[in-house]
Design a protein around this ligand. Structure first.
Ligand code: SF4
Ligand code: SF4
Ligand code: SF4
Length: 336
């Protein structure tokens, strides 16, 4: 009972700190072209910390055998996947734009590139579309690995773990070395499972670590990091998470989804092209579509286009048909 009360208290204090942070950004940042981006960065950082804390505190009964690790990964992967599919279907790719820690990593690379004043590379539209289609092949491959091969022969889970891809070095570099710091803090705060979870995490990422696999993993990670430094959010262009909304959008019964949409008022659009230029994944629909709902399955819901559209009420973010944010005339603030 005491544990529950202390966890509720802790959650309340953390939520209050986050709410104050959000309010401070909304009130004190006057520049309209960065206000939402700063808010998004803040929420991404808070979400990344919360996700790692939640994963570490997930109750476990870990047995250091292949079967033990296999069962745990299957359980956690399945829960995360179901949550992601449901969230994406209902809200669009809000998870991608505001929560995904890997997008945060790539956004930080983009910020570093801007500081170094290096210009980004745009992919040719055809290549961008091809990467978009590649998502279907990747999800098919993952489903076969996880649902068929993994369950038929638990031994083959090693290969699934190997395909943690860029996430594996991220965990190895950023999370595992923090164990001596995080575990005592977690335990002091009442999160007793953190020590065991670190054991599980290191057992998982270090599984099947032959020199060849380690070299391959680092090769993939460094290549992706370098590529994402030059091409904005490169991984997101073929990451399969967005295909739930792509599939649902094709079915007329689900046309009302996602609940969060970008709407455009055609009469107010001057075809200035800013929305197309600032889109980090080169989505063209906001620029090209005439009006109405211009959300596409490639859209990460970052809302940079709405923030940067220089014509008042030309682009709007709507939730259940109600406008929750709209573009402002930042070119001529005196007339607002
Ligand atoms: S597309 Fe994939 S990597 Fe990109 S933000 Fe979404 S889940 Fe994360
Ligand atoms: S930024 Fe706004 S006005 Fe410019 S092309 Fe896009 S929607 Fe039209
Ligand atoms: S279309 Fe707009 S909201 Fe969607 S990813 Fe591009 S900039 Fe972000």
């Amino acid at each position: 009972m005491l544990n529950l009360i202390s966890e509720i208290l802790l959650a309340t204090i953390l939520s209050a700190i986050v709410a104050i942070g959000i309010l401070a950004i909304l009130i004190w940042i006057k520049n309209r072209t960065i206000k939402m981006s700063i808010l998004r960065l803040f929420i991404q950082i808070v979400a990344a910390i919360a996700i790692f804390a939640a994963l570490l505190n997930w109750p476990i009964s870990f047995s250091p055998t292949l079967e033990g690790v296999t069962a745990l990964i299957a359980e956690r992967l399945t829960a995360v996947l179901i949550l992601l599919v449901a969230l994406t279907a209902v809200f669009g790719r809000f998870f991608c734009g505001w929560i995904c820690p890997y997008a945060l990593y790539m956004d930080l690379l983009t910020r570093l590139r801007k500081i170094l004043r290096i210009r980004y590379l745009n992919l040719p539209d055809k290549l961008n579309d091809a990467l978009n289609t590649l998502r279907y092949a990747i999800i098919g491959f993952i489903l076969v690995m996880v649902l068929v091969v993994g369950y038929l022969s638990p031994d083959l889970w090693r290969f699934v773990i190997m395909f943690m891809g860029p996430f594996k070095p991220l965990i190895m570099v950023f999370l595992l070395p923090l164990e001596p710091v995080i575990t005592p803090i977690g335990q002091a705060l009442g999160f007793s499972g953190w020590g065991e979870s670190f054991t599980l995490l290191s057992a998982t990422v270090n599984w099947f670590n032959t020199p060849l696999i380690i070299s391959l993993t680092w090769f993939v990670f460094i290549t992706f990091t370098a590529a994402a430094f030059l091409v904005r959010l490169l991984w997101c262009r073929f990451c399969p998470v967005g295909i739930t909304s792509a599939i649902l959008n094709r079915l007329s019964f689900f046309k009302w989804l996602p609940l969060l949409q970008i709407n455009k008022v055609e009469e107010k659009c001057t075809k200035c092209g800013i929305c197309k230029r600032v889109c980090p994944v080169q989505v063209n629909t906001v620029y090209e579509e005439k009006g109405g709902n211009v959300t596409s399955s490639m859209c990460l819901a970052c809302y940079r286009c709405v923030e940067m559209c220089p014509y008042s009420e030309c682009l709007k973010i709507t939730f259940l048909g109600k406008t929750i944010y709209k573009s402002k005339n930042w070119l001529e603030p005196a007339f607002e």
